[in-house]
Design a binder for this molecule. Structure first.
Ligand code: ATP
Length: 639
């Protein structure tokens, strides 16, 4: 295994179901069941706290808007009964009619203006809350330990940030206005209806309790579908992320797996389409029934009014009936709006649960209370010590052999300590533990004389430079990639670092020089060029400790020499822990530790270990023999 760079996860190109994160099945089940998360509502409401002032103004506007809306129907009653067809008899009172119409139009204008301001306020608040949530989630995920990223698919993480936060953004933006606005409109309409005729009002609202009950059931179904939809979206994002990345495309092309990958995508896409259709259709029947009922109420009102008038028990005027049915018709939209919003809330509960589930993850590695900086540590900066360190990866089976089993060594400031040994022996793991990327299960890792757990993570990393076999470069210019290490680096500093890393002359030979865009993950550069840029990046950072993980193993002999020279220059004056498969690169190390099955089995200089005739000597003989065969083959080819 090699140390991946930041964000270098990339999942498993062409991943099969068996590769899924261990927690994924449980997650799927969790989401599908739309869990009741305690205090979910309170947590969502808390997101709005920073915008309280604007919310209060919005509330006032909503109430004002609704109060304005009560008046026109009451005026309609007067238009009919006093201006158009005065109850006292005689022709229409045109002056009064004109006044009442003017007031009605004025009120509608005012109500429209209030509506615009209110929409501006709520959309600002809603979108800001969505933005805050996205950033909070991003920052929280960044604080998660490395192990979280090795066990979770990159696409799944991306999906939570983009698809899930995106899915609730509508609810966050619209819910509040919708609830406030519609509730007030419904109440004001009801008040107006009661004022006009309380008996007709009773008839109009009799059906409501049944609608609420049905709506709850519909909400539950929709919540379940929403959870499944987001889960399927997450799977789609993962497939895209895995398959349409440079490594993924390379892999699928080299194994001719495009058709299989398309089939996998199509399967999930079919699932997504059917879920979207279900989501769009669920509740439609319910809404249709509500619409029919609400639309039929005026007809029922005419009927009942007719009976009442016919029975001679009452004197309902035409104005009363028209005004009542006008208000009642205006009740339809806000009522439907309230039903919809409450459905949306139930639906998005499942998605909020997914977001909070990630926000609730606690980073396994974080600064302990009272953690100090490396500068405050008792020992010299650049001293690293492992004391009887035992380590088992968090995902490893409990009864498996630990990846490190009682490892002890000391690296004094400026020393070059090398680790060699068979594949899977635990060399990379040592390099992970030194800067506390993972935490030792037993024993102690000391940095500058202090237990790494007593130091702040930031200050440890400030003192460490990592060059891994898998170099990670951003899709940006060479200059931008280098400035990642030191944002305020001058051009002269950048060039000096590149000169020391043996790459300056290569960069200047490109048409755009330092402004050359390196391509996704640096794919436009050769392996050796990428590594030398990574070395220059570390040189710019200028840390006292260097961790080099098989930095030259992927290169041919000539490139290896060039990169090795760059590394030697970089290592000068720094504590260096390096891993190498080619023993030629560690011959000059102060101490070489031979690691086997999680333990250091031999230690010494190159000469001492050769003389010892142990595993190191055996590896050296094997490599020498291999090199001889290569040389022999090359000579034979030359003729
Ligand atoms: P190589 O030379 O092949 O890179 P290495 O000596 O660097 O090997 P490590 O990467 O340190 O070996 O791995 C040591 C052991 O830990 C191996 O058995 C490996 O399978 C296991 N291991 C590595 N990473 C993980 C992980 N994230 N979860 C579980 N086990 C892991």
């Amino acid at each position: 295994m090699s140390m991946g760079g930041p964000g270098g996860g990339g999942g498993h190109p062409g991943g099969r179901p068996g590769f899924r994160g261990v927690d994924e099945k449980a997650q799927r089940r969790l989401n599908a069941e739309a869990p009741e998360v305690p205090h979910l509502g309170q947590r969502v409401v808390a997101l709005f706290r920073p915008y309280l002032a604007r919310l209060i103004v919005t509330g006032i506007l909503v109430v004002a808007g609704a109060a304005i809306a009560v008046v026109p129907p009451l005026i309609v009653q007067r238009i009919f009964d006093e201006a158009l067809f005065p109850v006292a008899g005689g022709g229409p009172d045109l002056t009064l009619l004109a006044q009442l119409v003017a007031v009605t139009i004025g009120l509608y204008l005012l109500s429209a203006a209030v509506g615009v301001v209110q929409t501006w306020l709520t959309s600002t608040v809603g979108n800001s809350v969505t933005g805050d949530l996205r950033v909070r989630l991003f920052e929280h995920l960044q604080a998660m330990e490395l192990a979280f990223f090795t066990r979770t698919k990159t696409g799944v993480i991306q999906s939570r940030l983009q698809n899930d936060v995106g899915a609730v953004s509508g609810v966050l933006s619209n819910t509040l206005t919708s609830i406030l606005g519609n509730t007030v409109t419904v109440i004001s309409a009801l008040v107006a209806m009661i004022i006009i005729d309380w008996r007709l009002t009773l008839i109009s609202v009799a059906i409501m309790p049944i609608l609420v009950l049905v709506q709850r059931r519909v909400g539950q179904v929709r919540a379940r579908i929403a959870g499944q939809t987001q889960e399927s979206l997450s799977e789609l994002t993962s497939i895209t992320q895995e398959t349409l990345s440079v490594s993924g495309v390379l892999l699928s092309k080299s194994f001719n797996r495009q058709a299989a990958e398309s089939a996998r995508y199509q399967d999930e896409n079919r699932n997504q389409v059917s879920l979207q259709i279900k989501r769009a259709m669920s509740g439609q029947g319910f809404f249709a029934v509500v619409q029919v009922i609400m639309a039929s109420v005026p007809a029922i009102i005419y009927l009942v009014s007719g009976w009442l008038i016919g029975a001679g028990t009452d004197t309902i005027t035409a104005g009363t009936i028209v005004a009542f049915t006008t208000v009642q018709a205006r009740l339809l939209q806000p009522l439907m709006g309230l039903l919809r919003v409450s459905l949306d809330l139930q639906t998005s509960a499942a998605i909020f649960a997914r977001i909070f589930e990630y926000l609730d993850l606690t980073p396994a590695i974080s600064d302990q209370p009272g953690a100090v900086t490396v500068a405050q540590a008792p020992g010299p900066v650049g001293r690293i010590e492992f004391r009887d360190v035992v380590f088992r990866y968090p995902d490893a089976a409990p009864d498996s052999r630990p990846s490190l089993d009682g490892v002890s060594f000391v690296a004094e400031p400026g020393e070059h300590i090398a680790f060699v040994g068979p594949s899977g022996a635990g060399k990379t793991t040592v390099l992970y533990l030194a800067p506390r990327m993972y935490e030792a299960s037993g024993g102690e890792v000391l940095f500058a004389g202090a237990d790494v757990r007593a130091l702040t993570q930031e200050s440890i990393i400030d003192h460490v430079g990592i060059v891994s076999q898998e170099t990670y470069l951003f899709h940006a210019t060479i200059r931008e990639n280098l400035r990642y290490a030191k944002p305020d680096a001058t051009d002269a500093e950048i060039e000096a670092a590149c000169t020391a890393a043996n790459i300056h002359h290569v960069i200047t030979s490109f048409a755009l020089g330092y402004d050359t865009v390196v391509g996704e993950r640096g794919y436009r550069l050769s392996g050796g060029e990428k590594q030398r840029i990574a070395i220059a990046r570390v040189l710019l950072k200028d840390p006292p400790v260097l961790l080099l993980d098989e930095a030259t193993s992927a290169l041919d002999t000539v490139s290896e020499r060039v990169v090795q020279d760059a590394l030697d220059a970089a290592a000068r004056g720094r504590t260096t822990l390096s891993i190498a498969h080619r023993l030629s690169t560690v011959v000059g190390a102060d101490v070489i530790h031979v690691v086997e099955a999680g333990r250091i089995v031999e230690s010494g200089t190159h000469a001492e270990l050769l003389a010892g005739g142990g595993l190191y000597a055996q590896l050296a003989i094997e490599q020498l023999a291999a090199a001889r065969i290569e040389e022999f083959d090359a000579r034979a080819e030359q003729g």
